[in-house]
Unconditional design. Structure first.
Length: 152
């Protein structure tokens, strides 16, 4: 896991992160007021955004990461996801200083995307104090529940 500044990212990486930041505006979070945005890049260079969507019938809501991934996969199942960026704003609508990390369910979904397309998904976790760049979700989830691990 590497920490960097926005100006250390390539223009394409900056665009991905900025789209995740912008996607926080699409959050429907009337209960937690914690706004999360995500953006995935597909292997053809196209991007799809997502935002967390809450519901009073917990746990009917969905995280930003999964809304972006599922939207991309529903529209382009033939294309691998190569990157995902995630950003969040607090209850006051201020971007977090420390990067936000995906929940366990989102990590598992990203893991299965990596397995499905047999390639890592690079992860950018945005914070105003710096951005974590992670080469694969397996770096965040070293004891994975996938493949032969599910066979006993």
């Amino acid at each position: 896991i590497k920490m960097c500044r926005m100006d250390e990212l390539t223009p394409d990486e900056q665009q991905l992160v900025n789209k995740a930041v912008d996607a926080t505006a699409n959050s429907y979070s009337p209960y937690s007021h914690f706004r999360v945005g995500a953006c995935v890049r597909l292997e053809d260079g196209s991007m799809t955004i997502g935002a967390n969507q809450e519901n009073s019938a917990f746990p009917a809501g969905l995280c930003a990461e999964r809304t972006a991934i599922f939207a991309a996969q529903a529209q382009h199942p033939e294309l691998a996801i190569t990157d995902i960026a995630i950003a969040a704003k607090n209850v006051d609508g201020v971007l977090l200083k420390k990067p936000v990390s995906p929940c366990g369910s989102c990590r598992q979904v990203i893991l299965e995307i990596e397995e499905r397309y047999r390639r890592p998904v690079r992860i950018f976790l945005y914070g105003t104090d710096g951005i974590y760049v992670i080469d694969s979700v397996k770096d965040m989830l070293p004891l994975c529940f996938v493949g032969d691990d599910m066979c006993g």
